[in-house]
Ligand binder design. Sequence first.
Ligand code: FES
Ligand code: FES
Length: 159
Amino acid sequence: MTKLEFMLNGRAMALEVEPATLLVDLLRGPLALTGTHVGCDTAQCGACTVLLDGQAVKSCSLLALQVAGRAVTTIEGLAAADGSLHPVQEAFIACHGLQCGYCTPGMILAATCLLRENPRPAEAEIVHALEGNLCRCTGYVNIVASVQQAARTINGEAA
Ligand code: FES
Ligand code: FES
């Protein structure tokens, strides 16, 4: 076992992990953050997406030890401290950007990363940013609309 210290959803964590433990397995297992989903385990579907120092990463493709000293945000950590949802979460609800919800945490975190870097993305930029996140249900139209809606909210523009 190896000691691992990192920030998780704004809280300092210190625990012992097996060196071969994947980040997604640490999150979903010992840390019980099951909003991070597993769709493929081969870094293709994006269901396991989390933010690592603000960047969207696939947690099935990282060892837990690779986040030492860094900050991880999962979908459980995206809402504000008072429980109010993040604008991207609100927009996915308002624009019906989900059906079964399996891809949704990863989609929302990938979109959050995009909007932090590019608050006014063109439609093609949204599609490009989310191309590593697969959805079996929605056909993507409402997902793109959700991100556009979130962008308007973040930029203080009328819906
Ligand atoms: S479970 Fe990680 S990309 Fe599919
Ligand atoms: S909403 Fe079902 S996989 Fe995307």
